[in-house]
Design a protein around this ligand. Structure first.
Ligand code: G3H
Length: 542
């Protein structure tokens, strides 16, 4: 029987923690990276607390303090902004004017230094957000792969631009150039990967950066600060710590930020964009809310649908923007679906992130368990029930997944993005009802459809691709592979991310143009032959 007491015993005593995962001592980060050097920090700090609790002999649970990080204010944000602005120097700085080949060399150097700190970063990632050790390792490795793929993509992009184009008597050369100062803010659920999915392309395109780490998953960047300082010219990347509501309005209100990249909520993004004094000058690359639905049709392979929906709804406790957050199942099969779904869910392993094969782990947001409870209670009060044994049982930061059925319009779970281990299920009779749910949603990221009928799939795909940006056929929603475009409609995104799209998102095409005269030809030829410009050249990066 799964109850609160049983969940409590899943938290470890000190001795239960395997030796290789024990924290020898808290990590108190007392530096920031501003203007190219690690600056000693003597100001306020905030503790970094793990979602893992330690259980004593009486069963009391104590939070694990992992360390602390600087808590900056407006003055520190101002210094970071000044450093980023100086490094950009209105496009004249060493970094924005550096050749692509040299920027690539810096990024390779950074990657090598980053890989050397893998063990520390992975361990902090696991402890800070409760992501399983295996998934934390995957997140690190996927990020390194992403950086390498980005380097290759930029090399190809630049090589394709290493030529002149002649049209209507005009000679042109077109290349992608940086935008200026980029403010980069990542999410806590993929603190390393999603942050770097914007930070790395923004950097490599020649922008200078203000980097504000996520609220949870902040200490894991400490081992990388030296790598940033060593690999890039002065002021190219500057850290900003402190309360978002204090420092971010200052940065955007200054008008000196050219690009905002944020993986977070649409409410915050809407608010932030309005703070820039010249809205037209601010480019925004945003990954925002999502409430991806699965539509399970009567002729679906039920085992496959159950497996994918379970993965889609509960990987990393449902804390993925791409998670399936509403399961719509045809009424002819909903009972069978639910029976199998809860049976499979019961096999998921609940425990601590270092345990092999663990699926459900402690939640990092302090108020998350209470919010999960509210969502479930609201649905129960409006006629739904929890259909899995022990669903919704919680103890401190552990919340055992609740499958809630039938979810209807008017319940919180119908529209709110729960971003956690609660699985709302509703039944439908007519496929138009399922389609209507997607059409009337405020979100438009992805959808999954489960059917074995070419006709049904074909009929559903055509309207759905105009509502969301990825329709997954007989599989869960997800971002990867990273070469595919990752974006969304409505409140789900602005701009597109993928290895190649991100390079475009963080740059703009600029060109030189000259009349096709003999004088121009000679001039351009001399510039190329004498290597007079880093922009006008025909060099090839191998
Ligand atoms: O949180 C949103 C992530 O981008 C999802 O990525 O589908 O690879 O888990 P994923």
């Amino acid at each position: 029987m799964l109850d609160q007491a049983a969940l409590r015993t899943l938290f470890p005593t000190r001795d239960d923690i395997p030796a290789q995962h024990r924290r020898a001592a808290p990590l108190h980060q007392r530096v920031t990276l501003v203007g190219g050097a690690l600056q000693p920090w003597t100001g306020d700090t905030v503790p970094v607390v793990s979602p893992v609790r330690i259980r004593d002999d009486s069963g009391n649970l104590t939070p694990v303090v992992l360390g602390s990080v600087p808590q900056g204010g407006v003055a520190e944000a101002e210094a970071a902004l000044a450093a980023a602005t100086a490094a950009y120097d209105s496009g004249r700085g060493a970094w924005p004017t550096m050749t692509v080949a040299d920027r690539i060399a810096c990024m390779r150097d950074f990657t090598m230094r980053m890989v050397a700190r893998r063990a520390e970063v992975v361990e902090l990632l696991m402890w800070e957000i409760g992501k399983s050790f295996a998934d934390s390792e995957k997140e690190f490795d996927r990020t390194v792969d992403y950086i390498r793929a980005t380097i290759d993509a930029l090399r190809d992009l630049d090589n394709a631009s290493s030529r002149f184009v002649i049209a209507e008597g005009t000679i042109g050369q077109i290349r992608r150039t940086p935008l200026g100062v980029v403010l980069c803010m990542g999410p806590y659920n993929y603190p390393l990967n999603e942050t770097f999915a914007t930070l790395i392309p923004a950097l490599i395109m020649g922008n200078t950066l203000l980097f504000k780490p996520p609220r949870f998953g902040v200490l894991l960047f400490a081992p990388l600060l030296e790598a940033f300082a060593a690999a890039f010219p002065k002021g190219v990347l500057n850290t900003v710590y402190g309360k978002g509501e204090v420092v971010v309005p200052y940065l955007l209100g200054s008008g000196a930020v050219n690009t905002l990249t944020l993986i977070g909520s649409s409410k915050v993004a809407d608010h932030l964009k309005k703070l820039h004094p010249k809205a037209n000058r601010l480019r925004a690359i945003l990954g925002l809310d999502a409430k991806n639905a699965a539509i399970v049709l009567p002729d679906a392979d039920l085992d496959l649908a159950v497996k994918e929906c379970l993965l889609g709804a509960l990987s990393f406790n449902g804390q993925r923007c791409t998670a399936l957050k509403m399961l719509m199942v045809h009424s002819a099969i909903v009972d069978a679906f639910l029976r199998r779904f809860v049976a499979e869910l019961a096999k998921l392993k609940v425990g601590m992130p270092w345990q092999a094969g663990v699926n459900i782990t402690p939640l990092p947001e302090p108020d998350k368990v209470a919010y999960m409870r509210q969502c479930v209670d609201d649905a129960l009060a409006r006629g739904a029930r929890v259909v899995n044994d022990g669903g919704g049982t919680s103890c401190d930061t552990l919340f055992y997944p609740a499958v809630v059925y039938p979810v209807r319009e008017g319940m919180k779970l119908y529209r709110e993005e729960q971003f956690g281990p609660v699985v709302p299920v509703m039944a439908f009779d007519d496929v138009a009802t399922a389609l209507d749910y997607v059409i009337t949603s405020e979100h438009g990221q992805q959808v999954s459809i489960f059917s074995s009928s070419p006709e049904q799939i074909g009929t559903l795909v055509d309207p759905l691709v105009n509502q969301v940006c990825r329709v997954n056929i007989n599989c869960q929603c997800q971002r990867g592979p990273d070469i595919f475009p990752f974006t969304g409609r409505k409140d789900s995104a602005e701009g597109t991310l993928s290895v190649t799209d991100a390079l475009r998102s963080f740059s703009i095409r600029s060109m030189i143009a000259a009349k096709q005269t003999n004088a121009s030809k000679k001039l351009l030829d001399d510039i190329v032959q004498q290597h007079e410009s880093k922009f006008i050249h025909t060099g090839f990066i191998f």
